[in-house]
Design a protein around this ligand. Structure first.
Ligand code: TRP
Length: 350
């Protein structure tokens, strides 16, 4: 337990750039909500980005700045919740190395996230091989597709969490296998060298309608599908995205009765305009409310919701974000150094 008497949260995101509504709903918004009750530490996993692209490192820093700007816009308060880059706290690499001796290769090969990524890589390779007869994809083994560092992704994540003795890790369900590996590493360390680490719990939010907010097209919101609404988009752009949304296909004319339960616009109303939901539900079903008016209202309410976040975001230029990070890194480093002193001591390195 942290000195404040509050439990410590360690949460992190890979720095891949501006965040969209799908990253906010069910993830970032919870970090903000948990801020009073927990002691929050927020990590920018900028080394983890290398696992999927080690070649193009030039985008990492600008992406970090955009992402942290979104954190600040959403309401993470830098005076109580340190935000810091993994790459600026060298203790991450030391603990990662030590932890890498406490987990077997086969344990890491069983990681379902890795298997998924191998599948993706193989698909990409297959697509390329159609024009390259010299590299038949089936000659490349699974382990030939990933780097040593990529295999160790969850080991680095375990170091991220345990360096701060994070007790609670707010994550999506897809990250639970990584948390299980974190717990196994903590347990093994404690058994070999004595109690140093807590066994952190994944804090998975109740699976609600909103834990995965669909994009305007109804599919999972993702950069690669091009269906994102960014927190930093303009109001007009956001409005346009909402106006393109598909509603109940059976509601063809304005006064046809509609079925809110099959309408994605209604999902957005439930999230961003809860007060009007009963009225919208009734008026959609009776045919009193047409889809165009309903979407216009939805766009306005979504923009109302995002406006304060967008305004706060704009107050932070690159220098201001960098200040937040360097201050956070000083705080993070102090905690990390203390933990590493305990680790070296427990392992009798002296
Ligand atoms: N693997 C996490 C993700 O892709 C990012 C991450 C890295 C992380 N280190 C972490 C999350 C530590 C929580 C705690 O979302």
């Amino acid at each position: 337990m942290a000195t404040s008497g509050k439990k410590r949260i360690l949460s992190g995101m890979r720095s891949t750039g501006r965040l969209h509504l799908g990253n906010f709903v069910g993830a970032l918004e919870n970090w903000v909500k948990m801020q009073g009750e927990y002691e929050n530490y927020h990590l920018v996993a900028d080394w983890h980005v290398l696992t999927t692209d080690a070649e193009h490192t030039g985008d990492i820093l600008p992406n970090t700045l955009e992402m942290v700007r979104d954190w600040l816009g959403a309401g993470i308060d830098p005076s109580i919740s340190p935000m810091f880059r993994q790459s600026k706290v060298k203790e991450h690499s030391e603990l990662h190395l030590l932890f890498s001796m406490l987990v077997t290769q086969s344990r890491l090969e069983r990681n379902p996230t890795l298997k998924e990524q191998i599948r993706d890589l193989r698909e990409k390779l297959q697509a390329r091989d159609l024009d390259d007869e010299n590299r038949p994809e089936n000659e490349v083994t699974d382990s030939g597709l990933i780097t040593y560092g990529h295999l160790g992704y969850p080991v680095l994540q375990a170091a991220d969490i345990l360096l701060y003795k994070g007790e609670v890790v707010p994550v999506g369900e897809d990250q639970l296998p990584h948390l299980e590996i974190t717990r196994e590493i903590a347990r093994r360390f404690n058994r070999y060298y004595g109690e140093v680490f807590p066994e952190p719990d994944g804090y998975v939010l109740e699976e609600t309608k909103f834990s995965r907010l669909p994009g305007p097209d109804g599919k999972r919101m993702s950069k690669s599908l091009g269906n994102t609404i960014y927190l930093s988009d303009g109001e007009e752009e956001t409005g346009k995205r909402i106006m393109t949304m598909v509603t109940d296909p059976q509601k063809v004319r304005r006064n046809d009765p509609g079925r809110p339960e099959v309408c994605n616009v209604f999902t957005y109303h439930q999230k961003f305009n809860p007060d009007e939901v009963p009225q919208i539900d009734a008026d959609c079903r009776s045919g009193a409310l047409g889809c165009v008016a309903c979407k216009k209202n939805c766009a306005a309410k979504l923009n109302d919701y995002l406006r304060p976040m967008r305004e706060r975001r704009q107050q932070y230029n690159d220098d201001a974000v960098m200040d937040v990070l360097t201050t956070g890194e000083t705080k993070a480093r102090a905690v990390a150094q203390e933990t590493m002193a305990q680790v070296r001591d427990a392992m009798k390195f002296g």
